[in-house]
Design a protein. Structure first.
Length: 127
């Protein structure tokens, strides 16, 4: 039997009009310290965003959301954030913000296969 791991995850939200507090789930970030695993899956449904705000800057939202998996991977493509430790990158990504891209509170999960866990959460929360 495979060893189960505890992991932290947050749902990524597009918030086209911050003052209204309405959002569309656009991705998931998962972090597991013992496995040194940090990954994000994202998918922006522009129709849902425009339903909340027909004047939303969808291009800016897409750009911000697309940067999240890059930060998770780290390296030079992620700029200075890519130099941070995995835990620091996760904490930076899930820090509270009042911008058009935010995350949910951090939740805890448990499972054997982290790639399957993120797919399952992504399918339930985003697709």
């Amino acid at each position: 039997m495979q060893e189960q791991h505890t992991y932290d995850y947050a749902v990524i939200r597009a918030v086209p009009r911050v003052e209204r507090g309405e959002f569309v789930n656009v991705g998931v970030i998962i972090w597991c310290a013992p496995q040194r695993f940090l990954k994000a899956l994202v998918s922006v449904d522009t129709k849902k965003i425009l339903a909340l705000d027909p004047k939303a800057d969808v291009e800016a939202i897409q750009k911000a959301v697309a940067s999240i998996p890059i930060v998770c991977k780290g390296g030079t493509e992620a700029g200075d954030l890519g130099k941070l430790a995995l835990s620091e990158r996760f904490n930076w990504l899930v820090a509270p913000r009042s911008t058009s891209v935010q995350t949910s509170p951090v939740h805890i999960g448990r499972g054997c296969e982290l790639d399957q866990a993120i797919e399952k959460i992504f399918n339930e929360m985003v697709r």
